[in-house]
Design a protein around this ligand. Structure first.
Ligand code: AMP
Ligand code: MG
Length: 411
């Protein structure tokens, strides 16, 4: 018999998430680091602090095409200035802009000495070398001052931050070709169930393809881990135990299925017998209530419910932050967005629900609507969704137009 859920270990969503964060923090993980080329660093977690090699911008940079002027000269309008030169990006002006003078300047060029503002070309009229300025400019208008983005030597990227395209651009800007990142945690994936067969096998009519391992591997990779699929464990204690041992060779073990209360849900029983410390054995969420989190032989594991949508949701809510922590990332709080309900919803759950839904921006506010789905086994319904509509446990009656939380569905 599967170990029944112990009521004292069923936590709320918030409690369970903070247990995950807390246990990983207490583990004092110290992931190894490695150097990688920028070209292969997208999605990796920064393992060093990165400083600006010089001031940014490195010079007072013009951000409009126009004329570099002394702001004091264009206080009173119209001001007529003498244009004493032209400056493109990639050049610098050898002289100095004196009173009554200006220099034609292009976006990206360094402001010449003496000038302290740029007037836009649209606000001028030119006749030979005479420039009439039709709009006054404040000091530093249309200029980003040297060092305004970053002082030379200042920290521009912190350890533990994730490298996206923008961060990679910043690394290139400060002259880096490679960067120190944390090693990606290897994560084993152990599907369970007598009815589950490999995806390349023709299932009998009463069998189910092992879709969870494929979806979980993609989620692990997206979360920054390295997925390691294990063979399917049948609902038999001896073989399950063997494969759990195998899975414990990785930084994190993800089991799918076998954590409900059925007669052949053996995962918790087998784990118990192996000396597992359970941190929780159930979370008041739907889908995903039977979720299990614990540690065995110094390794963390999650027992994810086998229903594919439950597996997907519990991964996103709890496993993603665990993989982030194992990979050295600074904690990233879940990002809920707000949308208005398209139709009323009445639920009697007492659980926090994460229901597959579609959000779209209609005229002004984003509007969210549940997709038709047959419950937590329905991957067809999940594919229709672009978010999960979040319903708090105490909210039973929601009217059309009510503001609700939505959790974007990751790709
Ligand atoms: P369980 O949590 O073992 O009771 O499984 C719940 C439901 O999820 C059952 O309908 C299983 O057939 C299904 N299921 C379990 N494991 C997988 C898997 N690896 N891939 C797809 N479906 C699964
Ligand atoms: Mg099962």
């Amino acid at each position: 018999m599967g170990t029944p859920l112990r009521p004292d270990t069923i936590l709320t969503y918030e409690q369970a998430l903070s247990v995950v964060h807390e246990k990983l923090r207490q583990a004092n993980l110290n992931p190894a680091i490695e150097a990688v080329l920028l070209e292969g660093a997208r999605g990796r977690v920064l393992g060093e602090e990165v400083r600006a090699d010089r001031a940014y911008p490195p010079f007072h940079r013009a951000i409009r095409d126009g004329y570099a002027v002394r702001a004091a000269d264009v206080n009173r309008l119209p001001a007529v200035l003498q244009c004493v030169g032209e400056l493109r990006a990639g050049q610098h002006f050898p002289g100095k802009v004196g009173p009554g003078q200006c220099v034609s300047i292009m976006t990206g060029a360094p402001l010449p000495l003496g000038a302290d503002a740029v007037v836009m070309v649209e606000d001028t009229q030119i006749q030979a070398d005479r420039v009439s300025v039709l709009r006054s400019a404040a000091c530093w208008e249309n200029v980003v001052q040297q060092g305004a983005e970053a002082a030379g030597g200042s920290v521009v990227l912190r350890r533990g931050g994730r490298l996206g395209a923008g961060e990679l651009g910043l690394l290139a800007m400060v002259g880096r070709k490679q960067v120190v990142v944390f090693r990606q945690p290897p994560v084993s994936i152990l599907p369970t169930g007598d009815e589950v067969v490999p995806v390349d096998q023709q299932p009998e009519w009463f069998q189910i393809r092992n879709s969870n391992a494929i979806a979980l591997a993609a989620q692990v990779a997206a979360a920054g881990g390295i997925p390691n699929p294990l063979p399917i464990a049948p609902d038999r204690a001896d073989r399950l135990r063997e494969l759990i041992r195998e899975g414990l060779r990785y930084d994190l073990l993800l089991l799918s299925g076998g954590v409900s209360t059925g007669k052949y849900d053996l995962v918790e029983e087998v784990l118990s017998g192996m000396g597992t410390e359970f941190f929780f054995q159930g979370v008041a969420i739907r889908p995903g209530k039977p979720l299990v989190f614990g540690r065995l032989q110094e390794k963390f594991f999650f027992g994810l419910p086998g229903n594919p949508v439950s597996t997907f949701v519990t991964f996103e809510l709890f496993v993603r932050p665990a993989i982030a922590a194992l990979g050295g990332a600074a904690p990233e709080p879940p990002l809920f967005l707000r949308a208005r309900l398209a139709r009323p919803i009445r639920l009697k759950l007492g659980l926090r629900a994460f229901l597959p839904a579609r959000v779209q921006v209609m005229s002004a506010d984003p509007v969210v609507e549940l997709v038709g789905w047959q419950g937590s086994g329905d991957l067809v319904g999940l594919a229709e969704a672009n978010c999960f509509l979040v319903i708090p446990p105490d909210q039973m009656d929601l009217a059309a137009g009510d503001w609700v939380d939505v959790l974007p569905k990751p790709g």
